[in-house]
Design a protein around this ligand. Sequence first.
Ligand SMILES: Cc1cc2nc3c(=O)[nH]c(=O)nc-3n(C[C@H](O)[C@H](O)[C@H](O)COP(=O)(O)O)c2cc1C
Length: 355
Amino acid sequence: MEWKNELAALLKITYPVIQAPMLGVTTPEMVAAVAERGGLGSLPVGGLSPDRTRELIRKTRSLTEKPFAVNLFTNEVPEYNREEAEAMQDFLVKFSEENQLVFERQSLDTLRFYSYREQVEVLTAENIPMVSFTFGIPDDESIAVFKQHGITLIGTATSVREAVMLEKAEVDAVVAQGIEAGGHRGSFLDDEPLPQVGTFVLVPEMINRIGKPVIAAGGIKDGITIKAALQLGAQAVQIGTAFITSHESLAIPSYKTALQRAQVTDSAVTRAFSGRWARGLRNQFMDAIEESGLNIPPYPIQNVLTAGLRSKAQQADRKEFTNLWAGQASAGGEIHSSAEIFARLIAETEALPLY
Ligand SMILES: Cc1cc2nc3c(=O)[nH]c(=O)nc-3n(C[C@H](O)[C@H](O)[C@H](O)COP(=O)(O)O)c2cc1C
């Protein structure tokens, strides 16, 4: 099995297999485990404060000398309707009382959102070699700073149009995120309906249209799917859901158990938790918000309104009331170390016939 290609060389990895950044699930330990095995670990810091970003980078560095990517959310904070946000809070108060949950109403005047712009300096000061991002394209100034520091840039696209825009912004590689993928959609164009293209349609389309290496993401979970994505012309794969059940993951026990039992039909794309489209296992919270008929405030407003409730539900291991991000290919997650999961992915791919 020939793993070497242009992108693997650029990313300085033995295997073009990327552990997807998964905010709320990925830990420095997971990133380091994959990096040590010759893959690319990705540390998610989307929406975090500069201090927390620095702390997580340093923690990861203390665990591995191998390079890893740091992942940003490059969205802007939109205008939103305050009445709708208050109506959502009214609903959450009632919902919490009915379900013995803890919900603390927030003053809309004091909501605080961190921008990726506040993190750029931390990444350059810490000599981060690779930055991946989702939910948009960094502004010209940030791209220029990354380039001055020789940072390799990986953007996320869910449509060919988005990929073309990323290429124009001079990223080094593009993640083609299919609709199968777990977690948030990286989509960032407001003037087209949410792209819902599957990975195996999106990857060859993108390869035909852009001159940059394409990374396949969504529904990849074993040797055969890795091999198929590489045969389609992807230069790497990015795998998320398969690592959620790992020992190093932050996922709560009931989330891991639900993933192990999941059928391929158990996930849905929803805006209920964060205001942004994301794929997760269906649960009571998702259904209740959707059935409420309320207008869901946009990301990151809804995200911050529901954050406290989700965090308390996680502390109590109550999976019905927090986001259970997962891709369609979530069935049969293994409770193993990240290193073992990574080794299995490589071994399975290598065991396949060459044709
Ligand atoms: C729990 C979870 C959290 C995620 N968080 C992020 C994130 O912080 N940044 C990002 O670029 N992608 C994020 N994603 C999307 C992944 O990068 C990737 O596109 C996806 O996991 C690939 O599909 P798969 O889950 O079928 O492997 C997340 C995915 C999951 C499952």
